[in-house]
Design a binder for this molecule. Structure first.
Ligand SMILES: Nc1nc2c(ncn2[C@@H]2O[C@H](COP(=O)(O)OP(=O)(O)OP(=O)(O)O)[C@@H](O)[C@H]2O)c(=O)[nH]1
Ligand SMILES: [Mg+2]
Length: 285
């Protein structure tokens, strides 16, 4: 039964509009940015590059704090990234239903507007927190760090984060997850890994979704997978369909392995802390 405690807990986050503007400007080609009368001075450009580095550096520090917290609680966290409409929420709903009775699953969902996806996930039986990013095109570590105590995922549980549908910006922002999982659907074309390589390079696993539609499309699965592995030769691939359920067993097995590893690591760290305390004669006060 869905837990509805958090139904109204849409979190209003400050969008990174100013930051995004700085980043775009900092990446302009020389010819567009250096010439008078509209060009920027070397100082301005240096300052913008520094702002971009500061934003990413701050995000990385917060992501490490999230990662430490998640590790301390044995939580296996995944950051699901893809273009809009590739089937992230559909896959999450099917995953939540398939894992019912196997322990807790919590979901953080990022969209610019609406709480539609969180409602779909709650209807599937998991606790879900929607983050609306406004003008922002991705989640960042600060948003996730503020969502964690509100959502309060259980120890040794699974945390699935659906990022804003966008195949570019989320690649640069670590959230503290164990892995990024990139979803490519067969209706998008085989060329996406080469056109948007950062996302595929950053991912551990690619879910090739909507394979139920293959009989109706000109989509070369082997070519798409080869393109993805050209960008990231270690990338694992699972072909799935959120509609028919094909491939879900392999995806669920992958999730269970990751979750067991996170729980084992927490138990090992707790045992090590205990040993250390006993050796040092530590007593609770
Ligand atoms: N045939 C088919 N349709 C699918 C599959 N997965 C998702 N869809 C459909 O694709 C559309 C988009 O699915 P969503 O799950 O909303 O996609 P999303 O990636 O969460 O979209 P955003 O949150 O907007 O980025 C819906 O109409 C789904 O029914 C699939 O495996 N097969
Ligand atoms: Mg969605």
């Amino acid at each position: 039964m869905p837990v509805r405690l958090l139904r109204s807990a849409t979190v209003g986050w400050r969008p990174l509009a100013a930051a995004a503007g700085s980043s775009v400007a900092a990446r302009r080609p020389e010819s567009a940015s250096s010439s008078a009368p509209t060009g920027r001075s070397e100082n301005d450009r240096g300052r913008m590059v520094r702002i971009e580095q500061d934003i990413l550096g701050r995000n990385d520090r917060l992501a490490q704090a999230n990662r430490r917290w998640l590790a301390e609680h044995g939580i296996f966290a995944l950051n699901l990234v893809s273009s809009p409409g590739s089937g992230k929420t559909s896959l999450l709903c099917r995953t939540v239903r398939a894992l019912a009775g196997e322990g807790s699953v919590a979901v953080i969902v990022g969209d610019q507007q609406t709480e539609f996806d969180a409602e779909r996930i709650r209807d599937s039986g998991a606790r879900a927190l929607q983050i609306n990013t406004g003008k922002g095109c991705h989640l960042d570590a600060a948003m996730v760090g503020r969502a964690l105590p509100v959502l309060a995922p259980a120890d040794d549980s699974l945390l699935l984060i659906e990022n804003v549908g966008n195949l570019v910006c989320p690649a640069a922002f670590d959230l503290g997850e164990a892995h990024k999982v990139v979803i490519l659907s067969v209706t998008e074309g085989e060329d996406k890994p080469l056109k948007y390589p950062d996302m595929f390079a950053a991912a551990e696993l690619m879910l090739l979704n909507k394979v139920d539609l293959l009989p109706h499309l000109c989509f070369d699965v082997a070519r798409a997978e080869a393109f993805a592995r050209r960008v990231n030769h270690r990338l694992q691939v699972i072909r799935v369909s959120a509609t028919s359920g094909e491939g879900m067993d392999r995806w669920l097995a992958w999730l269970r392995r990751g979750q067991a590893q996170a729980a084992d690591a927490r138990a090992a760290a707790a045992a090590e802390t205990d040993r250390h305390r006993r050796r040092s004669g530590w007593r609770p006060t």
